[in-house]
Design a binder for this molecule. Structure first.
Ligand code: ZN
Length: 221
């Protein structure tokens, strides 16, 4: 299976991705990680990417596509892959579908969209706090520290990150919606989109995702 996990900031995508990796031993493929590892491995593509990055330019689409496709082999997909940060636009989605078609594996694509209402996302994100010293994360409502302003773990100072204020959160959500809506429409028309309500506990969301994946595996046997 090849999973595209969608969800606005604060929807719980990270938590669910980690759960899938742990539960099914899926591999996570993130564009940034893959580019960094190609550079480290000194491959031809890696050297090209290094040059482009050193010049301060963005890595061109076709290079990102080429690198992603070398990792998306039939074996990797059979073992299970989670895509992170890819596809980001319609052009990348088109390339991905083409690649899967060539492998005869287009049916393996599963898009999970965790949807959470905007006000709830704003509450989750603006309530986040972190320890300045050790990075431990807290939340004013869902996970408050024992002694106000002091980290339970290390005694460090607990702060709010600058970009977790309401204006910046609203803006991030707006950008997400603008980037993702065209992809959602496209996925819906292909017919492999599963919408999951994220307005519940992480455990309930996990259980539903697990059910969807196990149904899919049964069908493909
Ligand atoms: Zn701390």
């Amino acid at each position: 299976v090849i999973i595209v996990l969608l969800g606005a900031p604060g929807a719980g995508k990270g938590t669910q991705g980690d759960f899938l990796i742990e539960k099914y031993n899926f591999t996570k493929l993130s564009t940034g990680d893959v580019l960094r590892s190609e550079i480290k491995l000194n491959t031809d593509l890696g050297n090209k990417v290094k040059e482009i990055m050193a010049s301060g330019a963005l890595v061109p689409e076709e290079v990102v596509n080429a690198i992603i496709s070398t990792r998306l082999t039939a074996d990797a997909i059979n073992n299970g892959v989670i895509l992170d940060g890819y596809p980001r636009n319609k052009a990348q989605l088109g390339f991905l579908l083409d690649h899967l078609r060539k492998l005869g594996m287009e049916k393996e694509l599963l898009v999970l969209d965790i949807s959470v209402e905007e006000d709830e996302l704003a509450a989750r994100l603006t309530g986040r706090r972190i320890c300045k010293a050790c990075g431990a994360s807290y939340h004013v409502t869902f996970r408050p520290e024992q002694q106000s302003g002091i980290c339970d773990r290390c005694g460090g100072e607990i702060i709010q990150r600058a970009d977790d204020n309401i204006e910046s959160v609203r803006n991030r959500l707006l950008v997400y919606r603008k980037e993702t809506q065209p992809l959602l429409d496209e996925f819906a028309s292909i017919g492999n989109l599963e919408s999951i309500s994220g307005m519940r506990s992480a455990e309930q969301v996990k259980a539903e995702i697990q059910k969807i994946i196990e149904n899919k595996e049964e069908k493909s046997l």
